[in-house]
Ligand binder design. Structure first.
Ligand SMILES: CC(C)(COP(=O)(O)OP(=O)(O)OC[C@H]1O[C@@H](n2cnc3c(N)ncnc32)[C@H](O)[C@@H]1OP(=O)(O)O)[C@@H](O)C(=O)NCCC(=O)NCCS
Length: 197
């Protein structure tokens, strides 16, 4: 099983200090600092996106963003997700040792969410922005910051993104974040990071 564990364990490949989603408030604050990543030193455009593990305080934002028509139209499942279903899903995900969800912030503003789930020897990534933050080129910065942080914590594994053909904003955002096209079928493009595996 791929070691995407959130729960601390002596056997955790993340080391004993890793606490994950299930942390106390004090620990979460510490994790937020520790888990912060602002990419692109020397590049002011990239310095202000910070990712940290998502928690229950983020659950409603993620639900509202996910159900926005401009967001869900690009998903494989375009249906509106009811609140109680989302709550169960979110609790399950933040308790799942094979999943990590990060919230991305620009200053105090929550600008997006990025999730990694174990798949085979690697992980699959899924991302969406706060709809109020779309169209500013933030997608690539959230993807890069989230991916860098995830790989920093997990070690070197391959991350796969599956993008519905025609979702050009997503294709461009992943490409700009360093993902490269790996394969395609009738409806779906697969991008991966890093591209030299
Ligand atoms: C994908 C997503 C994160 C990208 O967000 P974003 O950074 O705001 O995207 P932008 O609108 O800035 O577009 C990114 C790039 O695509 C380009 N683009 C957007 N729509 C386009 C279109 N219809 N045709 C061609 N190019 C397009 C933009 O011009 C921009 O190009 P640039 O980097 O050269 O300036 C965001 O759109 C989102 O959350 N989408 C809904 C969920 C989703 O699709 N997730 C990905 C699933 S795999």
């Amino acid at each position: 099983m791929l070691p995407l564990g959130n729960a601390a364990s002596a056997a955790s490949p993340f080391g004993k200090e890793f606490i994950g989603h299930r942390a106390t408030v004090g620990e979460r604050l510490w994790l937020r600092v520790r888990g912060s990543f602002s990419g692109g030193e020397g590049d002011p455009m990239k310095e202000d996106i910070v990712v940290s593990l998502a928690w229950e305080e983020d659950m409603r934002d993620i639900w509202e963003w996910r159900n926005h028509p401009d967001i869900r139209k690009n998903f494989f499942n375009t249906a509106v997700v009811p609140w109680d279903e989302h709550q169960r899903w979110f609790e399950r995900k933040i308790s799942d040792s094979r999943c990590r969800i990060y919230i991305a912030r620009r200053g105090e503003e929550k600008v997006g969410v990025i999730r990694f789930e174990a798949e085979g020897d690697g992980a699959q990534v899924s991302v969406h922005l706060n709809p109020a933050c779309m169209g500013q080129g933030l997608g690539s910065r959230v993807i890069r910051a989230g991916t860098e942080q995830f790989l920093k914590e997990i070690g070197a594994i391959t991350v796969i993104a599956r993008i519905i053909k025609g979702n050009l904003a997503s294709v461009k955002a992943f490409a700009k974040a360093g993902y490269r096209r790996f394969s395609e079928d009738k409806d779906v493009l697969t991008y991966r990071y890093p591209d030299d595996f």
